[in-house]
Design a protein around this ligand. Structure first.
Ligand code: UDP
Ligand code: MG
Length: 314
């Protein structure tokens, strides 16, 4: 089967043993209907369950299933990157392996691609089976990032999207470590459009994005595309200095008129604590950026592959 695939589907996999067989069944059924050569690139992001064995079985049964085995868990965004690096299709579709992104939407994405669009992202018009907390924080996050970044990251679009070969090749030149793929794929430009879909419930298992990872992810998104947090210190500094000048003037007037206001330690204590807090927060914000700069400077590869299955004949 030396067939050059028209469509590559990339799915990152982290401990999804309960889902993989059904994911393969539904995805291959949806792709077979298109009547074009395709490949399914599964990225094993350091799974600790039976997922790797299942992936090898799927590859043995259907050579269109290809597997990239990471040497450890590198995270969702890096797994997507690796999948896109290995994919050979003219169009590359990125989707989650938990069937929250329905494979049946792929033909819609493809139709837009055929119309000439080079990035077709899938917009969640509805989310099923998510907690109100996840829904609320996700909505807030997309609105914040939309406002404070210079690029128009589409609201309520996840990583589920189709990218033309040209876009994938452009992404290959962008090797930053803290990757926010849904921002990068907008940053590159090209003709972009969206398609609406209803986001399904997770088919089985539980989310691999606990709160801590979600916060990291949100910070990566913001720091990748905005300097606003760094500038906040400047603004707060101007406001605090302005208030201090007013305070000095007020104190002089009160003293000259013989008032006893502003004696006592409470005012001193409160202002020292307040400014100390603001300074530490500003340092922390600088630290977030500094740590990311350090990660870039080290120049380590984005991921380490132990073994890749099915890419030989290409
Ligand atoms: N995933 C991954 N590495 C990770 C965490 C998640 O490859 O460290 C995969 C996971 O297997 C799934 C996709 O990324 O295919 C999305 O994760 P999940 O469904 O847990 O996130 P949620 O939909 O809850 O935001
Ligand atoms: Mg999910």
């Amino acid at each position: 089967m030396g067939n050059h695939p028209t469509i590559s589907v990339v799915a990152p996999v982290f401990n999804e043993e309960a889902i993989l067989p059904e994911f393969y069944r539904r995805t291959s059924a949806a792709l077979d209907k298109l009547g074009e050569p395709w490949e399914l690139v599964l990225v094993n992001d350091g799974c600790r369950d039976r997922s790797p064995e299942i992936m090898v079985e799927l590859h043995a049964r259907d050579p269109r299933v290809k597997v990239v085995n990471f040497a450890r868990n590198f995270g969702h965004q890096v797994a997507i990157t690796a999948g896109a690096d290995y994919a050979r299709g003219d169009a590359v579709v990125v989707m989650d392996a938990d069937l929250q992104d329905p494979p049946e939407v792929i033909p819609d994405l493809l139709a837009k691609w055929r119309e000439g669009f080079e990035v077709v992202y899938a917009i969640r018009s509805e989310r099923k089976g998510e907690t109100w907390f996840k829904e609320f924080t996700a909505k807030a996050f997309y609105r914040i990032i939309y406002r404070i970044t210079d690029i128009d990251i589409p609201m309520d679009a996840g990583d589920f999207r189709l990218m033309d070969r040209k876009v994938v090749d452009a992404l290959k030149t962008m090797r930053e470590k803290h990757r926010f793929m849904r921002g990068l794929s907008v940053w590159v430009g090209f003709r972009q459009t969206g398609v609406k879909y209803a986001r399904a419930e997770r088919f089985a298992g539980e989310t691999k994005y606990p709160l801590k990872k979600m916060l990291r992810f949100a910070l990566d998104g913001i720091t990748s595309f905005s300097y606003l947090p760094l500038q906040v210190a400047t603004y707060v500094g101007f406001v605090a200095a302005g208030l201090a000048v007013l305070g000095i003037i007020a104190t002089i007037i009160l003293r000259l008129s013989g008032s006893e206001a502003f004696y006592g330690q409470a005012t001193t204590l409160v202002s020292v604590l307040f400014l100390g807090g603001v300074q530490l927060i500003s340092l922390g914000i600088i630290g977030e950026y500094l740590g990311r700069i350090y990660d870039e400077v080290k120049g380590r590869p984005l991921y380490i592959v132990r073994e890749a299955l099915g890419f030989e004949e290409a």
